[in-house]
Ligand binder design. Structure first.
Ligand SMILES: *Cc1c(COP(=O)(O)O)cnc(C)c1O
Length: 415
């Protein structure tokens, strides 16, 4: 037998190591659609429980929007269930081209190419447009999918300290002689909820003749006055050479992603990006749903405005309660607890109070920076947020962290 006991035991040893270290990931099962109110089952066998979800990427509350569901049904009826093909063989429908056009208009770019996911977009884009004569310079906190895409590319790679513009400039100087220099960043960083300094980055890129790529997965649809993204917020629309983003978060939350930007660069991806050439096309039902999402968002800013109001309410409520959060203005609001075990205990107690939010700790976040990452949605009503605040206060009181400083919390619980 090829799957020998030796192999089995080595896997079991690794898995048990994860369990003993307390970093084995247990998935909870949701028995309802994704929304503010969900029905959750813990795999440990406890009964189903109705809880308020404050940890989804469903920023605009569109994951179960009736108009999106209806449009998806129509897509299913008129374009079928699957295409059984990659784009360049027979996987391109009229609606795929429509979606590429609509995304281009929405983001204010020149052209767009769809990918099965943003993970795939990031895995494919660098190798398709850069060579060994080029250099990629990335922020040290970029998303794992960008890290993987960078690994797959033959261009040289270096990093700059998170959002440190002086350090970025020194790297641009260092690599001045490279054929193409590409600066790489997330628009909004998913763990801290902070925003890249795109205006300063664009200025530096212009000065040193570099391109810039921004992953807008945690921005597209709701950051900026009309929800176009970080480039809108920072006043640099039209100046970002490459945007990658996902349809799996605010934009309906189903799946799919894209590379959007300079026309020739997008064409290079169409000819050469391997996840585009060798993975199935986005299902018609999903394309139809995203088309509706973009139609809704282009017609009105109502949902992103509501998200902004909800976010301000949530941030103020936590601060007033004496809870430490990461500063910022995005709907990603990390509640800082510093200690890994405390983050897990806190999360479990919140769940008992009917609030679903997950604690993160090393290696997902740096050592000593354990937290509960809360994410606000336009699908939340104020009563959801009030109930969640009450729960944070109650559990916060139990663990005696209200009004305490970082050092006081660390003194009590350790790092
Ligand atoms: C979620 C995320 C992705 C992956 O998006 P998928 O479409 O789910 O593959 C890529 N980049 C960033 C920054 C993300 O947050």
């Amino acid at each position: 037998m090829a799957y020998s006991n030796k192999v089995r035991e080595s896997y079991l040893e690794t898995l048990n190591g994860l369990k003993n270290a307390g970093i084995f990931k247990m998935e909870r099962f949701i028995h309802s659609a994704q929304a503010a109110d969900i029905i959750v089952e813990f795999p440990t066998g406890a009964s189903l429980k109705k809880v308020i979800n404050i940890c989804a990427n469903n920023y605009l509350g569109l994951s179960s929007h009736p108009d999106v569901i209806k449009a998806a049904h129509e897509g299913l009826d008129t374009r079928g269930y699957g295409m059984s093909s990659v784009r360049f063989i027979c996987g391109t429908q009229d609606i795929h081209k429509q979606l590429e056009k609509l995304v281009t208009e929405f983001l204010g770019t020149e052209d767009t190419i769809l990918f099965p996911s943003c993970m795939d977009a990031n895995a494919g884009v660098f190798e398709a447009v850069l060579t060994k004569d080029d250099v990629m310079i990335s922020d040290r906190l970029v998303h794992a999918s960008l890290v993987d895409g960078i690994r797959l590319c033959s261009a040289m790679h270096d990093t700059f300290k998170h959002s440190d513009m002086a350090h970025l400039e020194s790297k641009l100087q260092l690599f001045q002689d490279k054929r193409i220099k590409m600066v790489i960043t997330d628009g909004v960083f998913s763990m801290d909820g902070d925003t890249a300094k795109l205006d300063e980055m664009v200025t530096l890129c212009e000065k040193y003749d570099a391109m810039i790529l921004v992953d807008e997965s945690h921005s597209s649809g709701f950051i900026g006055k009309t929800g176009r993204g970080t480039h809108e917020k920072c006043g640099v629309m039209g100046k970002i050479d490459v945007i990658t983003t996902t349809f799996g978060k605010a934009l309906g939350g189903a799946s799919g992603g894209c590379v959007s930007g300079r026309k020739e660069l997008v064409e290079m991806c169409r000819q050469k990006a391997r996840p585009y050439l060798f993975s199935n096309t986005i299902a018609p039902v999903v394309v139809a749903g995203v088309l509706k999402v973009l139609e809704i968002l282009s017609a009105t800013t109502e949902r992103r405005d509501k998200l902004e109001t909800n976010t301000a309410f949530w941030r103020k409520g936590l601060i007033d309660a004496g809870i430490i959060i990461k500063e910022g203005d995005t709907p990603i609001v990390p509640v800082m607890l510093f200690n890994a075990k405390l983050s897990q205990d806190f999360s479990r107690d919140l769940y008992d109070e009917g609030i679903y939010a997950i604690g993160f700790f090393f290696p997902v976040v740096p050592q000593g920076q354990a937290r509960i990452r809360t994410q606000i949605s336009a699908g939340h009503e104020i009563h959801h947020l009030e109930k969640a605040l009450d729960a944070f206060k109650k559990v916060g009181k139990k663990y005696n962290i209200l009004g305490k400083t970082k050092q006081e919390i660390i003194d009590m619980y350790g790092m």
